[in-house]
Ligand binder design. Structure first.
Ligand SMILES: N[C@@H](CCC(=O)N[C@@H](CS)C(=O)NCC(=O)O)C(=O)O
Length: 261
C-alpha cells in the first residue's frame, strides 16, 4: 500500500478532472437529510464533503481524457455507484511524474487517497471504499466473488496467442460459457437483481475483451451466449459505465504491445 503525501498541485504532466455531483454518506445510527435535518429511515448521515483524489491512466489518443485501465475504471465505477465526489488525476504513462511515483511505488494506477492515506490496488481500494462509505452497499457475497474471475486471464491468453489451435480460444469459450450458464440461473447480475462489486470489476474487463478481440482477432462473443451478451449490453449502457469508460482507440493501443510482443 502506498502512503506518501502528494504535493498540493498536480504536476504539469497530469490533468485533474473534477466529478463533484455526489454526496458522501457516513455510517451513523441516525439519518438526517442535508436540508432541514428531517429524519429518514436509513442508517446514515448525508453530508457534503470534499472530493476524493484518484490517480488514473491518461489517454494516449486524446488530450485530457481518461485512458484504458480496467482496474481504474472499476474504482471509478465504485465511486460513481456510491455517489462519491472525486477529482481524477490523469497520469501520463509515457512520462510518469515524480509526485505519482512517490505515492505509487510500483508506478501503477489506480491509487486513491482515503483519510489522508494513498491506497493502491483496485481490490484494496474498493474494499476500503466499502468500509468507509457503506451506503449504498455494493458488497458481493463471498461465495459469488470468484464468479467469472478467470475470464480476464483467459482473454489475455487468447489475445496474445499466435497459434489458432493452441487451445486458448477454447479456454476462453469455456469460461464465457460457464459465466453465461451462471447468469441464466442467477442473473441478470452476479448477485441477482442488483449490481454489486463483482459486476463493477468484470464489466471493464469484458469491455476490453470485446474491443481488443474484435480489433485484433476479428472475434465476437458468440450468439450462443445470450445471457452474457445481454449482461454486457446492460453494464456497458449504465450511466456510470458510459461516464468512466476508456475510448476504444485507447483500449486498442493499450493492448498493442501484448499482441505484438
Ligand atoms: N492489481 C492491480 C493492477 C493495476 C495495474 O496493473 N495497473 C496498470 C494499468 S491497467 C498499471 O498501472 N501498469 C503500470 C504500467 O503499465 O506502467 C489493481 O487491481 O489495481
Amino acid at each position: 500500500m502506498s502512503t506518501a503525501k502528494m504535493p498540493p498541485s498536480a504536476s504539469a504532466l497530469s490533468t485533474t478532472i473534477k466529478h463533484h455531483t455526489g454526496k458522501l454518506q457516513l455510517n451513523r445510527s441516525r439519518t438526517f437529510s442535508a436540508k432541514g435535518f428531517g429524519r429518514s429511515s436509513r442508517s446514515s448521515l448525508t453530508v457534503s464533503c470534499s472530493a476524493l483524489e484518484v490517480c488514473v491512466k491518461a489517454s494516449v489518443t486524446a488530450p485530457n481524457k481518461l485512458g484504458d485501465c480496467p482496474f481504474s475504471q472499476r474504482v471509478l465505477l465504485t465511486l460513481e455507484e456510491k455517489h462519491l465526489p472525486y477529482d481524477m488525476k490523469l497520469v501520463d504513462f509515457a512520462k510518469k511524474p515524480d509526485w505519482f511515483l512517490k505515492i505509487s511505488q510500483e508506478g501503477k494506477v489506480p491509487v486513491v487517497k482515503i483519510d489522508e492515506q494513498w491506497i493502491a490496488d483496485s481490490d484494496v481500494i474498493t474494499q476500503a471504499l466499502e468500509e468507509r462509505f457503506p451506503n449504498p452497499p455494493l458488497v458481493t457475497p463471498p461465495e459469488k466473488v470468484s464468479v467469472g474471475s478467470k475470464i480476464f486471464s483467459t482473454f489475455i491468453g487468447f489475445l496474445k496467442s499466435k497459434d489458432p489451435s493452441n487451445g486458448t480460444e477454447q479456454a476462453l469459450l469455456n469460461e464465457l460459457g460457464d459465466f453465461n450458464a451462471y447468469l441464466k440461473e442467477n442473473g441478470p447480475f452476479v448477485n441477482g437483481k442488483e449490481v454489486s462489486a463483482a459486476d463493477l470489476s468484470l464489466g471493464p474487463k469484458l469491455y476490453h475483451l470485446e474491443i481488443a478481440l474484435g480489433h485484433y482477432k476479428n472475434w465476437l462473443v458468440p450468439d450462443s451466449f445470450p445471457y452474457l451478451k445481454s449482461y454486457m449490453k446492460t453494464i456497458f449502457s449504465m450511466d456510470s459505465f458510459v461516464k468512466t469508460r476508456a475510448l476504444p482507440e485507447d483500449v486498442i493501443e493499450g493492448w498493442r504491445p501484448k499482441v505484438m510482443g
